[in-house]
Design a protein around this ligand. Sequence first.
Ligand SMILES: *Cc1c(COP(=O)(O)O)cnc(C)c1O
Length: 379
Amino acid sequence: MQGINKVPLLDLSRSHRAIAAETSEAIARVVDSQQFIMGPDVHLFEEESARYLEVPHAVACASGSDALLLALQALGVGPGDEVVTTPFSFFATAACIARLGATPVFADVREDSFNISMEAAAAAFTPRTKAFIPVHLFGQLSRVDEIDATLKQRGIALVEDCAQSFGAHRMAGGHIVRSGGWGSLGCFSFFPTKNLGAFGDAGMVTAHDGAQAEHLKRLRLHGAAAMYQHDEIGVNSRMDTMQAAVLRVRLRRIEEWIEQRREAARIYGMMIAERGLLDRVKPPVEDDGCRHTYHQYVIRAQRRDELLSYLTEHGVSARVYYPIPLHLQPCFEYVGMKRGSLPVAERLCGEVLALPIFPGLTEGEQDYVVRTIDDFYRG
Ligand SMILES: *Cc1c(COP(=O)(O)O)cnc(C)c1O
């Protein structure tokens, strides 16, 4: 504990170590089978994750970005349509809308959970709104229950961006709803840094409707209804068998890893409070009834940029997710939302800072992180 002077933002090798042999065996089996695309492991991974997520259907694909694109394509989103989403997310959330020729409409976020405000979203709906994409940011579900009735009434499709929230859930109306469990469609990413990460790109769309799931399966194979018969144009977005084999091993550990992340978050909260830092640093807020999975542990900090430099100088790797809100990205200038139009998201971009969190992070390392923050504010 004494000698710590460096803490990585993420160290995947620590969780891998315990399952290294099992993972190598799974990969070796794929190599032996020589079935590299859509082999048996892909279907098994779809079944096993559908069971874990408590959704009827899961369709594996090549990335989280593709999952969003396939979902919107399955809903027939195209030119003339509007899709309401959050300005405070990874770029892919809005890019998929624009890629299909539809218009992204950004609605402001909540200051406490960083998730899209359901009042702001509802106010952004117009007769052209075809779909709504809330992002369950940093591992915590947004309050979809508050807008569910409005969506149904207006015939607006719900597409959940679950890229950061595999395994997250929320109590609503007396029962547990899991990430991907609200929407007609839930979009997951297994990018290596996500809570459930592959050894490369991989993604998945969950569906509640069987016909929609079949449609998604066609769309990921160039829209083919049967071999060499194309009634519509899809994309090439299959999951590699190797990724599925790796993910199946890791899925068996996900609960343990989520619990480790939650425990690390609890310890950070305690350490920040004990050092009297609460007037400088706001720890993340767990929304009512939410099981936050802490894909990221994101604080709001005074003099954020100076703190980030100080942490970096002292060996603590921290990062800003996200420095620029999507409505102010040059590529979305045409949407016409100026600086000042979404004040909460814009302010958060200047205050947020993600601290190191991952399974295997030690209490000694956390102590070093919080001590370094304390040293900075003591100046
Ligand atoms: C990671 C991520 C995506 C994209 O997933 P990829 O697998 O990297 O394509 C989409 N939305 C959010 C919120 C993400 O964090």
